[in-house]
Design a protein around this ligand. Structure first.
Ligand SMILES: *[C@@H]1O[C@H](CO)[C@@H](O)[C@H](O)[C@H]1NC(C)=O
Ligand SMILES: *[C@@H]1O[C@H](CO)[C@@H](O)[C@H](O)[C@H]1NC(C)=O
Ligand SMILES: *[C@@H]1O[C@H](CO)[C@@H](O)[C@H](O)[C@H]1NC(C)=O
Ligand SMILES: *[C@@H]1O[C@H](CO)[C@@H](O)[C@H](O)[C@H]1NC(C)=O
Ligand SMILES: *[C@@H]1O[C@H](CO)[C@@H](O)[C@H](O)[C@H]1NC(C)=O
Ligand SMILES: *[C@@H]1O[C@H](CO)[C@@H](O)[C@H](O)[C@H]1NC(C)=O
Length: 219
């Protein structure tokens, strides 16, 4: 091969590499999730490759017609890792389900940049730290299950302002402390609010409130 042919083939290689590495920004956000996962014993993420142009055929992922990610569905995969803030850049995301895994560390504030979220299920993980106030950004949220984690701190008052909540708010089996904000009394009648389980302070008072809510609005 002469030098000319060689440099042509190098150029073609570069062009092809460039084309195949032009993964969408949603795909890059998901790769941030993949790199935040240290163990994937069920090989759930083997199809998640930077050589694709969209993440739309990756396992657990659903896209809309514009190739934006609308669903991340990976429950019961025994994944160990943490939630990277890049998930908040999935601006078309409607459903996030990562329940029954082993995600630890805090829920990043930036997750709540994804303001089209309708449902979040992060139950049965090892998440720590507070539930960020910024959850009030999610004006369309109808379902929230954060049960069975190690979340602590006080419950954000702003959650009570999410008037779209129409299904379940399950915060049970965490390590929250302090009082239940009065704003939670504003949840629509059809919300099933579950706050059972470990609680640091004022256990007796909580029971009283819980009974009242279940009577007024719970199931
Ligand atoms: C997940 O881990 C648990 C306990 O280590 C094990 O019993 C279960 O079979 C695993 N599930 C899958 C889908 O690998
Ligand atoms: C989330 O929004 C904040 C400002 O509102 C911005 O600084 C940050 O980069 C955004 N994060 C992501 C992951 O999109
Ligand atoms: C869960 O993650 C922690 C580290 O965050 C690790 O020590 C532990 O072994 C993991 N548990 C399982 C069942 O994978
Ligand atoms: C809330 O979560 C706990 C533990 O994950 C579960 O036992 C309970 O049934 C759930 N409550 C509702 C109302 O869904
Ligand atoms: C929450 O737990 C972390 C350790 O996971 C601890 O450092 C922090 O002080 C706790 N915060 C509250 C308000 O209890
Ligand atoms: C909830 O909404 C009310 C009225 O829209 C507002 O005055 C209040 O500041 C909000 N609370 C939080 C914690 O966002």
């Amino acid at each position: 091969m002469n030098t000319y042919a060689f440099s042509i083939s190098i150029s073609i290689f570069c062009i092809l590499t460039h084309i195949s590495s032009s993964l969408t920004s949603d795909g890059l956000s998901l790769l941030a999730l993949k790199s935040a996962i240290t163990t994937d014993p069920t090989n759930s993420l083997t199809t998640w490759s930077e050589t694709n142009s969209t993440p739309c055929h990756w396992s657990g992922i659903t896209c809309n017609s514009a190739h934006r990610v609308t669903v991340v569905f990976l429950p019961h995969r025994n994944l160990t890792g943490y939630l990277p803030s890049e998930l908040g850049a999935l601006l078309s995301l409607k459903h996030l389900s990562l329940s029954n895994n082993n995600f630890s560390k805090p829920i990043p504030d930036h997750l709540f940049n994804a303001t089209n979220l309708l449902s979040i299920d992060l139950s049965h993980n090892s998440l720590t730290g507070p539930l960020p106030e910024k959850i009030k950004n999610l004006k369309m949220l109808t379902f929230l299950d954060l049960s069975s984690n190690r979340l602590n701190g006080s419950l954000p008052e702003s959650l009570g302002n999410l008037t779209s909540l129409a299904g379940t708010v399950n915060l049970s089996w965490n390590e929250f402390s302090g009082e239940i904000p009065a704003s939670y009394g504003l949840f629509p009648v059809m919300v099933s609010l579950d706050l059972r389980g470990r609680w640091n302070h004022r256990r007796r008072r909580r029971r009283h409130w819980l009974r009242r809510w279940l009577k007024d609005g719970g199931d």
